[in-house]
Design a protein around this ligand. Structure first.
Ligand SMILES: Nc1ncnc2c1ncn2[C@@H]1O[C@H](COP(=O)(O)OS(=O)(=O)O)[C@@H](OP(=O)(O)O)[C@H]1O
Length: 285
């Protein structure tokens, strides 16, 4: 496995044969690793960056198998058919951020493969909530539909935080992680710092390679900061440089300082519980 993941390129005159053999050997496999969330945490960036590794084959589209009944009903054969073609020894990875908060997902993933490796990329949950709201607002505007301002959804008429607001619920990481930890040992879940991934992707990717037991093939030279985009973009060893699309890194909807303070105060205890669960502290608001 390791050998294939760090294989040396074939000589030029053997390239055509090698390509033909590779195509013939390609099959679709169930994922060996899944990026389970969090929504708006940087899951797309993580998947794209991981796809720079020659030992990894990624499913481009979100599959939503374990969280949507209409997909789950179709069975594992359907799920496998959504996976990319991979070569023997390559690790298949899919990402569906909706898995993290879906109550039935941990049990279903476990039923598929109790040894699958899970990647969870987290981000300051207050910022995540604003990003989540911004995405929903954008989608509704696209469909010509109105949407209430963020503060109206986040605060009740008496000014207190509305704990039932869905985007806030999705930011209560400890609740969701608790369900995953009922089904998987802590060591099988690798937590990626999404804020750190934005600042400097390479160290986070190195940690992911280690967790997935991949040879270290992703290098700092695979990333460059694109000042126009305001984010790191990808420089594959072969192929075109690319940035994530415009749905990533949109300007966030406004949230007043007072409401933000209340939100941060509300999140303090849930965040502390999450830190205890993962054995690590994040510099969140
Ligand atoms: N390199 C790079 N380029 C662009 N965007 C990046 C990158 N790294 C992380 N991010 C952050 O990813 C956030 C979107 O997260 P997700 O991909 O998980 O969103 S989604 O749940 O799939 O919709 C997105 O959140 P917003 O900035 O709130 O849009 C980005 O901040």
């Amino acid at each position: 496995l390791r050998e294939l993941r760090s294989a040396v390129p074939a000589p030029a005159d053997a390239a055509a044969t090698t390509n033909a053999t590779a195509t013939a050997n390609a099959t679709q496999c169930l994922p060996g690793a899944i990026i389970i969330g969090v929504r708006k945490g940087g899951t797309r960036a993580l998947l794209e960056m991981l796809s720079l590794h020659p030992g990894v084959a990624v499913a481009k589209a979100e599959v939503h198998y374990f969280n949507l009944e209409e997909h789950y009903r179709r069975g594992l054969g359907w799920y496998r058919a959504q996976m990319p073609a991979s070569l023997p020894g390559q690790l298949t990875v899919e990402k569906t951020p909706g898995y993290f908060a879906a109550p039935l997902a941990p049990g279903r993933v476990r039923a598929m493969d109790g040894a699958v490796r899970l990647l969870l990329i987290v981000r300051d949950p207050a910022e995540r909530l604003v990003s989540d709201y911004t995405q929903v607002l954008h989608n509704r505007r696209q469909r010509g539909k109105p949407y209430r301002p963020l503060e109206e959804l986040l605060l009740r008429p008496d000014g207190a935080i509305d704990a039932g607001y869905k985007a806030l619920q999705r930011s209560l990481y400890h609740q969701h992680l608790g369900r995953w930890l009922q089904r998987f040992p802590r060591g099988q879940i690798h937590v990626v710092d999404g804020d750190a991934l934005v600042r400097d992707p390479f160290p986070e990717l190195r940690g992911v390679e280690r967790f997935l037991e991949l040879s270290p093939r992703i290098a700092p030279s695979n990333f460059y900061f694109n000042a126009t985009k305001g984010f790191y973009c990808l420089l594959p060893n072969a192929g075109q440089e690319r940035c994530l699309d415009e749905s990533k890194g949109r300007p966030h909807a406004p949230l007043g300082a007072n409401a933000r303070r209340k939100l941060c105060r509300f999140l303090r205890r849930p965040n502390r519980r999450f830190f205890e669960m993962v054995g690590r502290v994040f510099a969140w608001c």
